[in-house]
Design a protein around this ligand. Structure first.
Ligand code: BG6
Length: 482
């Protein structure tokens, strides 16, 4: 096997889907607390409710109750031999309103304790500074990232984190799946731009105004990210700060040149637009034409280009669940994917949720991004969402998950053999957590089972799945024994 000795094996979670304790110890209201559960019976997607409705279920309020289980949870990660644990910090746990003068001490203490606990087991934390959440007060006051004012508030939040956790955290990601921001309306919702109820929609057609707003928001986030990178390096030169892109890799449906050209155009804006700005420090050439055709005009300030140039990330991280297919033919079967809806690939199997399973696509994507950027790459999410059964003896048999992960690890191994510099791998939801797209607890990714159902019933006790023992062996043999 090709894995280097320093390969960072681990797993990933995020605050809103995992922590719960949404209104405890001074934590403020966040956009994520406003996502209601999908209506699974009538196959209706999740809704963002600007004013929460007491009749509805908000699964993130409880998550997996990690807030009250963190010691045991990290002990389990330690038992698997994790080298790295990717988690996110909830902005509103640190600054409950976003613009308060002082941070919330209890919030700071919570994450400090988490990091201390990680280091007990020799686990390096990797922190996502913003994983789809923003304090609700900033939505009320500024419509979230629509306003340039939020940049300074974010940078101040980063400064608090970099200073407080200096020496405890060396790996940071500025924004989770930043490219989701241009999917409308979902991007506008997660970035706090809407003060109205809105249903999540994976195939909506944006208006010109909405698309302008989505790109303006992204511009603010690029500037915020670049300033954070610069500051993070100044505060601790050992900090390594990366971007996080939701990979939208796809193949042309046929070898028809039109399909190929369409695929290239979509991949450029879908995949490379954000990565190019964050890694290369400037807007890519193809965005000019896109902006012209879509009547997009971004308001920039004089120093913005310089800020982008000075705040390039140290490594490129991405999530990878599946690949897509692009065609000029509208008649071909469609399917769901991670936050997208697209054409089905007839050569691949799908998960229960319709996401295509494509380990070779991961090798392909690793080579694509490494050849483009030539900086280290990190797979910050990957995994199989599936229903698991807790047996009466407390065991969970999940060979389907082991098989999915095994195939993807083999693909990473091949990519390393191809010469790609891969830093590490953190499969998603290493301990079961609430699904982002549907709000279900029963769409599980973990090596550790959390005893809770879609409606928050259960003991929240943790159980080791078969994949737990398998992954432990994978880590201890550095990928030799798969
Ligand atoms: C990514 C997100 O898009 O995919 C996670 O960063 C999310 O927050 C993950 O949970 C898997 O998606 P889902 O919908 O199965 O939870």
């Amino acid at each position: 096997m090709n894995f280097p000795d320093e390969f960072l094996w681990g797993g990933a979670t995020c605050a809103n889907q995992f922590e719960g304790a949404w209104n405890e110890d001074g934590r403020g209201d966040s956009t994520m607390d406003h996502f209601a559960m999908a209506d699974l019976v009538n196959d209706k997607p999740r809704e963002y409710t600007y004013i929460n409705d007491s009749q509805r279920i908000y699964p993130y309020h409880t998550g997996s109750d990690h807030y009250h289980h963190y010691k045991n949870d990290i002990r389990l990660l330690g038992e698997m031999g994790f080298k790295i644990y990717r988690l996110s910090i909830s902005w509103s746990r640190i600054y409950s309103m976003g613009d308060d003068t002082q941070p919330n001490q209890k919030g700071l203490d919570f994450y400090r304790n988490v990091f201390i606990e990680c280091h007990k087991y020799n686990i390096e934390p990797m922190v996502t500074i913003s994983h789809f959440d923003i304090p609700m007060h900033l939505v009320d006051k500024y419509k979230g990232w629509s306003s340039r004012k939020v940049i300074n508030l974010y940078v101040r939040y980063c400064k608090t984190l970099f200073t407080e956790y200096k020496g405890l955290v060396h790996y940071w990601l500025t924004f989770n799946e930043i490219n989701i921001g241009k999917m409308i309306p979902n991007g506008l919702i997660i970035n706090g731009a809407l003060k109205e109820n809105r249903t999540m929609n994976f195939f909506g057609k944006p208006t010109i105004e909405e698309e302008n707003l989505a790109y303006q928001i992204l511009h603010h986030q690029f500037i915020a990210s670049a300033l954070a990178v610069k500051l993070g390096h100044e505060i601790d030169s050992d900090n390594k700060i990366g971007c996080m892109i939701g990979s939208m890799t796809s193949y042309p449906y046929s070898c028809k040149p039109e399909d190929n050209l369409k695929n290239q155009t979509e991949v450029n804006m879908g995949n490379y637009f954000c990565g190019d700005i964050m890694v290369r420090g400037k807007y890519p050439y193809f965005s000019k034409k896109y902006f012209k055709e879509h009547h997009i005009q971004i308001k920039k300030e004089t120093d913005d280009d310089k800020i982008l140039e000075e705040g390039k990330v140290d490594f490129y991280s991405f999530s990878y669940y599946s690949s897509g297919v692009i065609t000029t033919d509208n008649e071909i079967e469609k399917t769901y994917g991670n936050l997208v809806f697209g054409t089905a690939n007839p050569y691949l199997k799908k998960t229960e949720w319709g996401w295509m399973i494509d380990p070779i696509g991961l090798r392909f994507f690793l080579n694509e991004v490494y050849s483009r950027y030539t900086i280290p790459v990190f797979i910050s999410e990957n995994g199989l969402g599936a229903k698991d059964i807790l047996e009466s003896d407390g065991t969970i048999h999940d060979p389907y998950r082991i098989e999915y992960l095994r195939q993807h690890i083999l693909a990473i191994n091949e990519a390393i053999g191809d010469g790609v510099e891969v830093m590490g791998y953190t499969p998603w939801g290493c301990i079961d957590l609430v699904s982002a797209s549907t709000g279900e607890m029963e769409k599980r990714y973990g090596f550790v089972y959390v005893d809770a159902d879609n409606f928050g019933n259960g003991t929240y006790n943790r159980y080791r799945k078969d994949s737990f023992y398998w992954y432990k062996k994978v880590i201890s043999t550095n990928g030799e024994d798969l």
